[in-house]
Design a protein around this ligand. Structure first.
Ligand SMILES: *Cc1c(COP(=O)(O)O)cnc(C)c1O
Length: 467
């Protein structure tokens, strides 16, 4: 483009002031916060100016300019953290907020946090109380442990336990259990942070009781067992059971801790799902301490639960780190309501979304997938199929366990599955789906009943306008 031409085009650019005073501008200001309108107008005009200077073709008619500005405003007023629909079938999707909360948990959060609460107040005695004491009895009841405490998440529970029990001492761990969970929790790194010294024993695939036994010495502070969570060692393997470690620890007067990761409170095995022991059974082995997450198989808010011997729990509560890792009142409220549901297993299986989704029968999932398929517009190049597939528990829980499920498989002659996936993900509300080979899959396991029409509507919008 000629220099003079560029100059001419720059003259055609509307001014910020003109734009704000235009009919559209006044409408935006009446609808949206003024600062976002101003920011969008400035940015769009600036972008147009740069484009003109670079000689790029730009539409400067009023309608195009308005559309560009409105698009920016929409971006500014849309909160970054949003609710999404999980159509991946991964029940505990770490990227999608792990466990959705139960109605009772939500109700409790509202009730406890909209006003004041006895968070740190003992109502009976009329004096200061402890926040973690609220869940102590409930956790004792459910797990059979002699004492319990709660912190911000399971990583915090492990860090606090190691720091309280083994700072400056050695912690014996099998090489097969030095795992990394979700990229930021790595057993050796947490160990280093806690001030404890890692004493690795055995090999990746096989660790024997004698390996632990040989490592015990005057420096030993703790024997730690870690749930392998998101991976499984198969083939020529052996690990030492928690029962054997408890006996070994007792012989040498060394505490034994088991980081369970997921912490299953309801017997999923009885429903044919996985082989995970319930926390109560692990506690019954006499292990000194177990730790587990609040938002994995338990199906509650992000939290870390530590259950074990009273002297150990006391040491953890007294540790200055406990203050930095403490649980907040909203989490406490949600966790309390979630744990309450476990007092009755049938209630837990019905009311806690995570447990309900894990236990839902394929036939019932199929019916929801069918309802979804019926709402999707056929023809016009669209091919819908109901297919049987497998979903995962996710969140490092139940590795290797495949859950039979049903999906709506969607194909369109003019839109690739990748394009469909992207448009579902970037629309409103975002729908996260998975892709297999040449089709988009919507796994009905994690789509709630009331989300079925929303998913169908979002998909129909896309199928009607292939672009
Ligand atoms: C998930 C997991 C953790 C971390 O728990 P968060 O609640 O995510 O902090 C620690 N240890 C094991 C074995 C786990 O599976």
């Amino acid at each position: 483009m000629e220099k003079t031409e560029i100059k001419e085009r720059l003259k055609d650019l509307p001014s910020i002031d003109e734009t704000l005073k235009s009919e559209e501008g006044r409408k935006w200001i009446s609808l949206y916060p003024r600062r976002f309108v101003l920011k969008a107008v400035r940015k769009h005009i600036e972008d147009l100016r740069s484009a003109i200077i670079k000689g790029e073709s730009t539409a400067l008619d009023a309608a195009s300019v308005s559309r560009g500005i409105e698009c920016l405003i929409t971006g500014y007023i849309t909160p970054s953290l949003r609710a999404v629909i999980n159509a991946t079938g991964v029940v505990l999707h770490t990227n999608l907020g792990r466990a959705p909360l139960s109605e009772a948990a939500l109700k409790s959060v509202v009730e406890i946090s909209k006003g004041y609460s006895n968070l740190e107040y003992n109502l009976k005695e009329g004096k200061r109380g402890k926040r973690y004491a609220h869940l102590r009895e409930l956790i004792k009841e459910i797990t059979g442990a002699a004492d319990a405490t709660v912190v911000n998440n399971n990583a915090a529970a492990v860090l606090l336990a190691l720091s309280s029990l083994a700072k400056g001492k050695e912690v014996i761990v099998s090489r097969g259990e030095l795992v990394e969970i979700g990229g930021s929790f790595r057993v050796p790194d947490v160990m280093a942070q806690s001030g404890a010294v890692l004493r690795e024993v055995g090999t990746t695939n096989k660790t024997h009781l004698r390996d632990y036994e040989r490592a015990i010495g005057p420096e030993t502070g703790l024997i730690l067992k870690v749930h392998q969570s998101n991976y499984k060692i198969t083939g020529f393997t052996s690990e030492v059971s928690v029962q054997e470690l408890v006996a070994l620890g007792a012989n040498h007067n060394i505490p034994v801790m088991f980081d369970l990761g997921s912490g299953c409170l309801l017997d999923l095995r009885a429903h044919g799902v996985g082989t995970e022991p319930v926390v109560k059974e692990v506690v019954a082995t006499g292990v000194d301490l177990v730790t587990f997450s609040g938002d994995k198989l338990l199906g509650g808010p992000q939290a870390g639960i530590a259950a074990g011997k009273p002297d150990i729990i006391e040491q953890m509560n007294q540790n200055p780190l406990a203050r930095a890792l403490r649980i907040d009142k909203m989490t406490l409220a949600a966790l309390q309501a979630t744990l309450f549901a476990y007092a009755d297993e049938e209630r837990a299986a019905k009311e806690i979304p995570t447990v309900r989704m894990l236990l839902e029968k394929p036939e019932s999932i199929r019916q929801r997938a069918e309802r979804l398929a019926l709402k999707i517009n056929k023809g016009n190049g669209t091919a819908i199929e109901l297919i049987e597939d497998f979903s995962e528990a996710g969140g490092g829980s139940l590795p290797g366990v495949s859950l039979r499920t049903f999906c709506c498989s969607v194909r369109h002659s003019a839109i690739t599955p990748n394009k469909m996936e992207e448009r579902l993900r970037t629309g409103n509300p975002p729908v996260i789906a998975r892709i297999r080979e040449d089709a988009l899959l919507l796994d009905a396991r994690t789509i709630a009943d009331d989300e079925v029409p929303v998913v169908a509507e979002r998909l129909n919008e896309i199928l009607i306008r292939p672009e």
